[in-house]
Design a protein around this ligand. Structure first.
Ligand code: MG
Length: 300
């Protein structure tokens, strides 16, 4: 299933759907027709665990034409910060070791604030008073489906609900200028484009997906998820050993080489640039960088 959150026509109300050819199955409508309580949003649907049944019953009614909907982030407002891995592709670890210092000894984690999340077509805010080193990091995002505690790596994929594309947009000057923590420079409003759909785990093998980013049509990053140092199973095992992962938790699994900070000379995004983030089998995010005040851009 390819699950989306969308607006229909001029309505500001966010709705929950599943793509079915060139139409969208309205999952909340399908639930009402089936006589069950409609899920409030995608997080609620994940927790209830009845997505497949609702989508199946929704196929019996007429869908909404795709060209009448505006797709937003699948999970526009996560329950918890997005958990992120730093340096999880060999090539990126090497380029950052060159640009900075240090070797990878185990997964490095940080997080992005819930207010960073934006949709597949939303603008990425650019506020020169805050940062002039806005960089790209396309990543495979895992969304947890069942509470995970002490999970073995070999069982870990059973705890995954699905996958999205995200971009861990990073303000390098703030990331590296604050005593070693990344949180501040990784949590600018609008710095986590996500989507375009949440593709359920039965349709995705995360071990060998082509992953790439483009800026203004030029490829900047291109690799496969086979190049990850710690794969999805290893990451879930490592995290769930020390913390409970709840349904709906988003984990961004690190970026391949080719970021702007490690280029010679360095490159950063500028207002007007188009950043595309793509993963095989999931889709493409297309976000324009737009000048404006960051303080006005929270997704609440
Ligand atoms: Mg990253």
């Amino acid at each position: 299933m390819r699950l989306i959150t969308f607006r229909h026509g001029d309505s500001a109300v966010l709705r929950l759907g599943a793509l079915d050819g060139d139409t969208v199955i309205d999952i909340q409508k399908a639930a009402r027709m089936a006589g069950t309580q409609p899920p409030a949003d995608l997080l609620d649907l994940i927790r209830r665990g009845n997505a497949a049944a609702l989508v199946d019953s929704g196929k019996r009614s007429r869908g909404v034409p795709c060209d009448e909907v505006v797709v937003t982030a699948p999970i526009p407002r996560p329950d918890a910060n997005v958990i992120c891995l730093g340096r999880n592709y060999t090539g990126h670890a090497a380029e950052m070791a060159r640009a900075r210092a240090g070797e990878v000894t185990g997964p490095t984690y940080f997080s992005k604030a819930v207010t960073t999340v934006i949709g597949p077509n939303d603008p990425i805010p650019y506020d020169a008073a805050v940062s002039t080193q806005i960089d790209w990091e396309v990543e495979l995002a895992v969304v947890i489906g069942r509470r995970a505690e002490g999970v073995e790596a070999r069982d870990a994929l059973h705890y995954v609900f699905g996958y999205m594309v995200v971009n861990d947009v990073s303000a390098r000057d703030l990331q590296y200028g604050r005593g070693g923590q990344f949180f501040y420079g990784k949590s600018l409003n609008g710095s986590c484009p996500s989507g375009p759909a949440l593709v359920t785990s039965d349709e995705i093998d995360p071990s060998r997906l082509v992953i790439r980013s483009r800026v203004n049509g030029e490829i900047k990053q291109e690799a496969t998820t086979a190049d990850m140092i710690f794969d999805v199973g290893a990451i879930i095992a490592d995290l769930s050993r020390v913390m409970t992962l709840e349904p709906g938790q988003i984990i961004a699994t690190g970026t391949p080489p080719g970021v702007g900070y490690a280029r010679e000379p360095q490159e950063f995004l500028r207002p007007g640039d188009i950043l595309e983030s793509e993963i095989e089998g999931i889709g493409v995010l297309r976000n324009r960088v737009e000048a404006g005040s960051l303080a006005m851009r929270a997704n609440a």
